[in-house]
Design a protein around this ligand. Structure first.
Ligand code: 5AD
Ligand code: FES
Length: 347
């Protein structure tokens, strides 16, 4: 019976609330067909290739105060840092030599990095590495700013919507933040011409089948090129420090469902997934993900970009993570490739 549900979702590239509830509550054995189908779909589009992105966490200053996040402004325990332009460029140089052809600049919403500074950085990276894609993940900005970054050469933008349900959004964020604005940012980014990624945490406080249904419908309508999802993991110095961690199983099922809804989507097996289970990233790939994002940040700052507790890879050099990832992927029959890893349009 589950097999029919899975086939229907694949065929219609849509999901009903009832089918979602069914898939999220089914037993572990019954659900195997969901993961298999999702992996089959990913293989049809991307084969056995896994794309890697070099993540550069360049600032943990943030003006926002999201209740779940370890670098929220009211977390006095967070030791703040910013990388200099030279340090960032040296991460790229190191990454390029290791075979990375996408760099992801991720940071808190840090007003030190003005549009001018960001644009200058983008130009330098694109001039030094013209064969690489550059992804930004620096939060909500005005459309003019997004346009300026794009004109400077940025190719992609990640902005998780976090939840598509109004009440749930308010539970996760302070009153000054708005879901309407966040969704508008995503539409603006798409309009400008970025490859765009949205996403959410699995198992965040207040998440239900209904809020997840909203997430999936939002994603289906936005038609993003990328979707980032990973388990919610409490960070001890945040208001959600005592909340429950999202589960591996729920995350895997949602990865698979997203693969069926958007067969061509770029879908990472995230570091958070690797944090809650030693083989989390491998299992993510086996459930339909096709991207991994090893860290390129200097080891000296790794243990300061702590969005959640127990984050993995905080002591490993970029090269160690790069080869560790290659081994892990080969171990399950996949190849890490030296490639920008662009979204594959239907031909
Ligand atoms: N657990 C898991 N993911 C988190 N993020 C932020 N805080 C946490 C947490 N405690 C995610 C958010 C954000 C992305 C950069 O990291 O979804 O968009
Ligand atoms: Fe960082 Fe394995 S990916 S040590």
């Amino acid at each position: 019976m589950l097999r029919e549900v899975v086939d229907r979702i694949q065929k219609e590239q849509n999901i009903s609330r009832e089918d979602l509830a069914l898939l999220l509550t089914a037993g572990d054995e019954e659900i195997a067909c969901l993961k298999e189908k999702a992996r089959e779909v990913a293989d049809e589009v991307y084969g056995k290739q896994i794309f890697i992105r070099g993540l550069i966490e360049f600032t943990n200053y943030c003006k926002n105060d999201c209740l779940y996040c370890g670098i929220r402004r009211s977390n006095r325990c967070a030791e703040r840092y910013r990388l200099s332009e030279e340090e960032i460029l040296s991460c790229c140089e190191n990454g390029y030599a290791l075979g990375f052809r996408t760099f992801v600049l991720q940071g808190g919403e840090d007003s030190y990095f003005t549009d001018e500074k960001i644009c200058a950085l983008i130009r330098k990276i694109k001039a030094g590495y013209p064969d690489c894609a550059l992804t930004l993940s620096i939060g909500e900005k005005e459309k003019d700013s997004y346009q300026a970054y794009f004109d400077a050469g940025a190719d992609r933008y990640l902005l998780r919507h976090e939840t598509a349900d109004e009440a749930h959004y308010r539970r996760l964020h302070p009153a000054e933040m708005s879901l309407v604005h966040r969704k508008q940012c995503l539409r603006n980014l798409k309009e400008i011409g970025y490859q765009v990624g949205c996403g959410f945490m699995v198992g965040s406080p207040g998440q239900t089948v209904d809020t997840l249904y909203e997430d999936l419908q939002f994603i289906r309508k936005l038609q993003p090129h990328m979707v980032g999802i990973g388990p919610f993991i409490p960070q001890k110095d945040t208001p959600f420090g005592a909340e429950k961690v999202g589960t591996l199983e729920m995350t895997l099922r949602l990865l698979s469902i997203i693969r069926l809804l958007l067969p061509r989507v770029l879908l990472p097996a995230t570091t958070a997934l690797g944090t809650i289970h030693p083989l989390g990233r491998e299992k993510g790939i086996q459930a339909g993900a096709n991207v991994v994002m090893p860290n390129l940040s200097p080891v000296a700052v790794r243990d300061k970009y702590l969005l959640y507790d127990n984050k993995i890879c905080t002591v490993d050099e970029a090269a160690e993570c790069r080869y560790c990832m290659q081994r892990r992927m080969e171990g399950i029959g996949y190849q890490v490739v030296v490639d920008r890893g662009d979204y594959r349009e239907q031909r």
